[in-house]
Design a binder for this molecule. Structure first.
Ligand code: PA5
Length: 463
């Protein structure tokens, strides 16, 4: 069962929005796109040749949650999930910090998981509050010399024992590879006479061949995890790419997968009018085609969802930003960004669909405003209100202001933010992205446009 919901009530506006009947009329097309996505998944799983017009077909993410969970139940300790958890526990027992190297789809999901599910100041709290798990840093996702070296110095100055998790499906991405080479040198230096331990402190996640695969073998890495064939980078968060970092953080990876599997089940079986994935796609599509809303604002109402939003920005942009099509994704965090982008969203061009991403309940007890003898701020009249009360009023007030000006909004609601709901959300938006691709005739897999910069960068470096 899924527990997240999608309410598109705020897009049914006249003028400025669509009619509910239009969404209903799109139902058969959405159902056909769903069938195509499911057939893609079956074709991929069958191992049969993929026809040219379908290539590339990275549909392996569809069945991955169920496959990993079933394998865990069937073969226990020999399963990928069990190996991944024991590798994570081994690292966690050995080091104070883990540096996760990767870029794009090879890091954004892991970061989203950390920010959504861990203590907000995870790296700063005492080890006991991290339940003895290592701090986690993300690098190799840029080539910022100073930031990179600041991390090296930080690890050095604290005298941390640290490990590297290097993630690259192709194994040849320059940003990640360069960071890995430099960090490997640093790590080797810290080990001194214990250089043999290097193979235990480096855990690669990569494809079944390639430069990183070869390097990992040469280093004698004790454990290595796959980015399965047929799973594209931005669809790989629920493979070892996201699960290994999550397990190192001590998070419940089975719950993440169970949430995603629940979303798969809902996607397959719920009729279009009750299907959160199909409704979401239908609304986004109609708002773009009928109302020119080609800017999709994911308005997250909580700081812990910002990295999730950035993960989604990449997913949508790289999947559908092709052949001169594709809406522009934009993640914002409210109420913070009401004070920066709010003016434009309330009164700027009418080209935006705002999708609110709302947690109904916070994980911690509500902080109360309270009474004070110093009432210069005149907050005593709100003394019994809590921060969640203020947030709820901000959400309602903002939606009302948009509605009054005929600006469309929709809501995705999570009862609470934890591994299960996050797993649902990841899978919902991956499914929605591929369904929309099939609906508009754009192959959501592959990212040919990213190659141009890589080719030029290499040419400049090697000339
Ligand atoms: O979605 C994608 O496929 C990309 O964003 C990749 O994840 C990114 O380019 C990194 O590639 P790799 O994992 O091969 O280093």
């Amino acid at each position: 069962m899924i527990s997240i919901s999608y309410d598109p009530g705020g897009v049914f506006l006249e003028p400025g929005g669509i009619r509910r009947a239009e969404l209903d009329e799109l139902g058969p097309k959405l159902a056909a796109a769903r069938n195509e996505v499911l057939a893609d998944g079956e074709l991929w799983a069958s191992g049969k040749p993929v026809p040219a017009e379908k290539q590339p077909l990275d549909a392996g993410f569809l069945e991955m949650p169920e496959r990993l969970l079933a394998e865990f139940l069937d073969i226990g300790n020999a399963s990928e999930l069990a190996r991944l958890k024991s590798s994570a526990d081994r690292l966690a027992a050995k080091v104070d910090s883990a540096v996760v190297l990767g870029i794009g789809g090879s890091y954004m999901g892991a970061r989203a998981i950390l920010e959504a599910c861990c203590h907000a100041y995870y790296n700063e709290v005492e080890p006991i509050m991290r339940r003895g798990r290592p701090r986690m840093y993300f690098e190799g996702n840029n080539v910022d010399n100073d930031v990179f070296l600041d991390l090296v110095r930080l690890l050095e100055s604290r005298g941390d024992r640290w490990a590297i998790v290097v993630i690259s499906k192709s194994g040849g991405t320059l940003e990640t590879a360069a960071a890995f080479r430099i960090l490997l040198r640093e790590l080797r230096a810290t080990l001194g006479d214990h250089a043999k331990e290097l193979g235990e402190l480096v855990v690669p996640v990569t494809g079944s061949s390639g430069k990183l695969f070869d390097l990992a073998n040469a280093l004698g890495c004790k454990e290595m995890f796959p980015v399965p064939d047929g799973v594209g980078g931005r669809f790989s968060v629920l493979s070892a790419v996201g699960l290994l970092p999550a397990a190192i953080l001590g998070l419940d990876v089975q719950r993440l997968l169970a949430g995603a599997a629940a979303m798969n089940e809902h996607f397959r079986t719920a009729p279009p009018e009750h299907n959160v994935v199909l409704n979401y796609v239908g609304v986004c599509h109609l708002m773009e085609k009928r109302c020119g809303c080609d800017v999709r604002v994911l308005s997250t109402w909580g700081k812990r969802l910002e990295a999730f939003g950035l993960w989604y920005d990449q997913l949508l942009a790289e999947s559908l930003g092709k052949q001169e099509h594709g809406a522009l994704p934009l993640t914002i965090v409210n109420t913070r960004d009401l004070h920066s982008r709010g003016q434009q969203h309330q009164a700027g061009k009418r080209n935006k669909l705002i999708t609110n991403l709302i947690e109904d309940h916070s994980n911690r007890d509500p902080a109360v405003v309270g009474k004070s003898e110093l009432n210069q701020d005149q907050l005593n009249e709100l003394a019994d209100k809590t921060l969640p009360d203020i947030l709820a009023a901000a959400i309602a007030g903002t939606n009302q202001a948009y509605r009054d000006d005929h600006r469309p909004t929709a809501d995705i609601r999570l009862p609470m933010l934890h591994e299960h709901t996050l797993g649902q959300l990841f899978q919902m938006l991956m499914l929605a992205t591929v369904v929309e691709g099939r609906l508009i005739g754009i192959n959501p897999y592959g990212q040919p446009g990213v190659e141009a910069y890589k080719k030029n960068m290499n040419a400049f470096l090697r000339s």
